[in-house]
Design a protein around this ligand. Structure first.
Ligand SMILES: [Zn+2]
Length: 468
C-alpha cells in the first residue's frame, strides 16, 4: 500500500493522510460566488481540487465531495462591508439577483466541464440552505459567542482560543488586516457578521426572516452550515485558494468549533495564485479579467491546454500566466495527444512498475510535474504500444486530459494560429455559426474552408482541422 502525503496548512507539514472512516473521504471545496464569470485564477484552484479528488480516487478512496455555490451574501469587502456582489451584478446587467446567480452558476459549471473537472456529489446553493445557517447562528447565540450591532449579528472572535491556528499569523497582524474596513461597532477588528440586517427602508432582492430580523447570512457561515450538514461525520479535507486562509477559513473554523465543540476538518489544503506575467495577482475588480472563454476557447485553443499548464506547476507554487505560456501548453498537449493517438488500439495491460512510479509522484502531495515525467518515460520505454496506451490511460484517470479521445482530439501537425488569416477567419466564422445553430451557414463555410485546402471536422468538445 502506497502512503498518501498531503500538505496540511494547519500543521504546515506534509502529513500522511488518514481518513475518519476507512476507505472514504469527505471533501469540501469552497465554491464560486456567482455574480460574474470565473477568472482563470479561480479555475486554477478548481483544477488543483480536481487533481486532489482524482488522486484520492486513484488510491481507492470513495470521495464524498460537496461544493457550495455562493448566490447571496458575499459582500465586496471581505470584512462584511460594501455591497452584496449579487445585487451589484444585478444592477450592472439590469437583471434580477436570481437571474444573475443562475446565469453565472451555469457558466461556472460549463467551465468545469471544459476543464474535465469531475462534478461534486453535491452542489449546495447558499439560498437553498438558509434554515441550516440560521440554526447554526442560533447555536452560537445560545453559547454566548454572538452580539448585535446596528447592522447585524456578529461573532466575537476574542472568545475563541487559537483564532490564528490556520493562518499562523500573530493575532495583531490579523487584526491589522481586518482594520482596513472600519466598523466602529465591532468589539474586535477580526469579528465578523453571521447575519446582516436588510438596510432599513430598502428592500433587498434576496432576504429572509430570522429570529433577529429580516436580512441575509454573512459569507462565512454558509460553508460551516453546508459542510456540517452534508459531511458532519467525515470532516476530512477542506480546500480553497490561499486567499481564503486568513479570513474565510479562519472564521469557518472559529464559528464551527465554537458551535460543535469538535474539530472542524482534519486537513486544510490551499492552492496558490495565478500571476499574470509581470507578477500581478488576478482580481475580478480589475475589470478586464481573463476567463477560459477569452483566453482559450475564443482563440481556438483546447481548454484542456490550461489544465495541462496547471499540471506542470505544483499547486502550492504561484503559476505564471502569459499568452506564450498558454500557447506552449497547447503545443505540449497536442504533442502528447499525437503520441497517444499513435499507440493504436486499447488492448494491452497496465505496467505495474510505471504505475508504482506514477502513484509515488501523485502521493507526494500531488507532484503532477513528476507524474507527467512518468508519462514521458512510458512513451520512451521499451513497452509494447498497447501496454503503453493502457498504462497512460490508467494515469489519465488522475491527469484528466481526455487522452482516451486522443485519436479524435489529436491535433494537426500545424497550429491553427499558423494558418493564413483568411482561413482562420473562416474557421472562426463557422464556429460562430455553429454556436448560433445556423447550420446552413456553417456548412457553407465548411465548403469555403475546403476550397482553401483544409478539412474541419466536429468532435466532442470542439473540432479539428486537417490538411486535405
Ligand atoms: Zn467557503
Amino acid at each position: 500500500m502506497n502512503k498518501l502525503f498531503l500538505y496540511n496548512t494547519l500543521s504546515r507539514k506534509k502529513e500522511e493522510f488518514a481518513p475518519i472512516k476507512e476507505g472514504e473521504v469527505g471533501l469540501y471545496t469552497c465554491g464560486p460566488t456567482v455574480y460574474n464569470f470565473a477568472h482563470i485564477g479561480n479555475l486554477r484552484t478548481y483544477i488543483f481540487e480536481d487533481l486532489l479528488k482524482r488522486c484520492l480516487e486513484y488510491n481507492n478512496y470513495q470521495v464524498h465531495h460537496v461544493m457550495n455555490i455562493t448566490d447571496v451574501g458575499h459582500l465586496t469587502g471581505d470584512m462584511d462591508m460594501g455591497e452584496d456582489k449579487l445585487e451589484l451584478g444585478a444592477k450592472r446587467e439590469g437583471k434580477s439577483a436570481w437571474e444573475i446567480a443562475h446565469f453565472y452558476e451555469d457558466a461556472f459549471k460549463k467551465d468545469l466541464e471544459y476543464l474535465n473537472i469531475e462534478t461534486p456529489n453535491i452542489y449546495a446553493r447558499v439560498t437553498d440552505n438558509i434554515p441550516e445557517q440560521i440554526a447554526l447562528i442560533q447555536m452560537l447565540a445560545e453559547k454566548g459567542y454572538t452580539y448585535k450591532t446596528s447592522d447585524g449579528i456578529y461573532f466575537d472572535t476574542s472568545l475563541v482560543k487559537e483564532y490564528n491556528k490556520l493562518s499562523h499569523l500573530p493575532l495583531e497582524e490579523l487584526k491589522e488586516g481586518a482594520r482596513v474596513e472600519k466598523n466602529a461597532e465591532k468589539k474586535n477588528p477580526t469579528d465578523f457578521a453571521l447575519w446582516k440586517f436588510s438596510p432599513s427602508g430598502a428592500k433587498r432582492q434576496m432576504e429572509w426572516e430570522s429570529p433577529w430580523g429580516i436580512g441575509f447570512p454573512g459569507w462565512h457561515i454558509e460553508c460551516s452550515a453546508i459542510s456540517l450538514k452534508y459531511l458532519g461525520q467525515e470532516m476530512d479535507i477542506h480546500c480553497g485558494g490561499i486567499d481564503h486562509i486568513n479570513i474565510h477559513h479562519t472564521n469557518e473554523i472559529a464559528q464551527s468549533e465554537a458551535a460543535t465543540g469538535k474539530k472542524f476538518f482534519n486537513y486544510w489544503m490551499h492552492g496558490a495564485f495565478l500571476n499574470i506575467v509581470g507578477g500581478k495577482k488576478m482580481a475580478k475588480s480589475d475589470g478586464n479579467f481573463l476567463t477560459l472563454d477569452n483566453t482559450l476557447i475564443k482563440k481556438n485553443l483546447n481548454p484542456l491546454a490550461y489544465r495541462f499548464a496547471a499540471l506542470q506547476v505544483h499547486y502550492r507554487k504561484p503559476m505564471e500566466y502569459s499568452e506564450d505560456s498558454i500557447a506552449q501548453a497547447n503545443n505540449g498537449l497536442n504533442s502528447l495527444l499525437n503520441s497517444v493517438a499513435a499507440l493504436g488500439e486499447i488492448k494491452g495491460g497496465v505496467n505495474e512498475e510505471y504505475r508504482e512510479k506514477f502513484l509515488a509522484a501523485i502521493n507526494d502531495d500531488l507532484n503532477m510535474a513528476q507524474a507527467l515525467a512518468v508519462v514521458s518515460a512510458v512513451l520512451k520505454s521499451k513497452l509494447s504500444a498497447p501496454d503503453k496506451l493502457k498504462t497512460i490511460l490508467d494515469f489519465d484517470k488522475v491527469l484528466g486530459l481526455r487522452l482516451d479521445l486522443a485519436k479524435d482530439m489529436a491535433a494537426p501537425e500545424f497550429n491553427l494560429s499558423d494558418l493564413a488569416s483568411d482561413v482562420q477567419a473562416l474557421i472562426k466564422a463557422r464556429q460562430e455559426a455553429r454556436e448560433a445553430k445556423q447550420w446552413e451557414e456553417s456548412d457553407r463555410l465548411r465548403e469555403e474552408i475546403k476550397k482553401k485546402g483544409y478539412l474541419v471536422e466536429d468532435i466532442k468538445n470542439g473540432y479539428k482541422v486537417s490538411k486535405l
